[in-house]
Design a protein around this ligand. Structure first.
Ligand code: GDP
Length: 295
């Protein structure tokens, strides 16, 4: 049984229990469904959207059997999660530059380690860049990942200018013919404005050095934070623009549903999901498989 099962039990089982013994999909059943979807972190807007779709289908007699309700919802969920976007293709540029963003604690550094490991397995040479110079612990943690998976890292002493670190790192990456540069950035939320300004500045520095870069700006979100993840996604999208999402900690939560309203509102593709703390616990996102695991 896969580790997404935890999310599955909750939402899928609740829908199953809801329809148990019911003969028709009526207004009362849809009202109860509303509560289930909202508490599964699908948010008010996406919940209303899904309920409208269900009502339409019932009206058009495309959906009548309550036992088919879960399947119908799953199809809608899959459609929302299947955001059209070009795939992440690191062979498109050399170096391929990925800027990882997200608030502290979401799993950014861990995800960079896992992603670098994946790239190595694909025969690419990654390089890690510690651009969170605010927390010494962040750079140390990244260094441990670099040692563990045997990839080069560029870091400076804490307090250094993150832009200078990135500038040097890109020089080093070009000199050493690195394939993929993974930049770990700061995520302190108590100085939201400064943080966004710092990230924008980093973005400009990268651009100045490599006009096509960063090729990906990936926002890491912690599934266990529920609706906070929606707010974070909006904030970073407004400030910086994002090219993709990574949802972490899906192994420990029934709250994976939060990715649905985020995809629906921001139309961003989910690139990977995190299912644990080990190196291999990062998987490419598959909308159909995800929808099946949840519903
Ligand atoms: P950062 O502050 O965003 O860089 O977050 P870290 O990478 O330091 O991760 C914070 C904590 O979350 C660490 O204890 C990680 O081991 C843990 N973590 C990261 N990703 C996952 C995941 O997919 N599942 C679980 N269970 N824990 C994770």
């Amino acid at each position: 049984k896969n580790r997404l099962a935890k999310s599955r039990e909750r939402l899928a089982d609740r829908v199953d229990r809801l329809v148990l013994g019911k003969k028709h999909i009526d207004a009362e059943l849809i009202e109860d469904l509303e509560e289930i979807l909202v508490t599964a972190d699908l948010g008010v807007h996406t919940t209303q959207f899904l309920l409208d779709r269900v009502r339409e289908k019932v009206k058009r007699k495309e959906l009548q059997d309550p036992e088919r309700l879960r399947q119908a919802l799953r199809e809608e969920m899959e459609a929302i999660l299947s955001v059209q976007a070009p795939p992440m293709d690191p062979s498109r540029a050399k170096p391929f530059v990925i800027m990882m963003i997200g608030v502290n604690g979401v799993g950014k550094t861990t995800t960079i380690g896992k992603l670098a490991h994946r790239f190595r397995q694909d025969g690419l040479t990654p390089m890690l860049v510690a651009a969170d110079t605010f927390r010494a612990a962040a750079a140390e943690q990244l260094e441990r990942w670099a040692e563990r998976i045997q990839v080069p890292i560029v870091r400076q002493q804490s307090g250094a200018d993150p832009s200078a670190v990135v500038f040097d790192a890109l020089d080093a990456a070009m000199a050493r013919h690195v394939d993929v540069v993974l930049i770990d950035t700061a995520g302190r939320m108590h100085t939201k404005v400064n943080l966004m300004e710092e990230l924008k500045k980093l973005h400009r520095v990268i651009r100045r050095k490599l006009p096509e870069a960063p090729h990906e700006i990936l926002l890491v979100l912690d599934a266990t934070t529920g609706q906070n993840a929606v707010n974070q996604a909006r904030l970073f999208q407004d400030a910086l623009g994002i090219t993709g999402l990574i949802l972490t900690k899906l192994d420990g939560t029934a709250k994976g549903g939060v990715i649905v309203p985020i995809c629906q509102e921001l139309r961003l593709p989910v690139r990977y999901i995190g299912l644990g703390e080990a190196l291999d616990d990062l998987r490419p996102f598959d909308a159909a498989a995800f929808a099946r695991a949840v519903l």
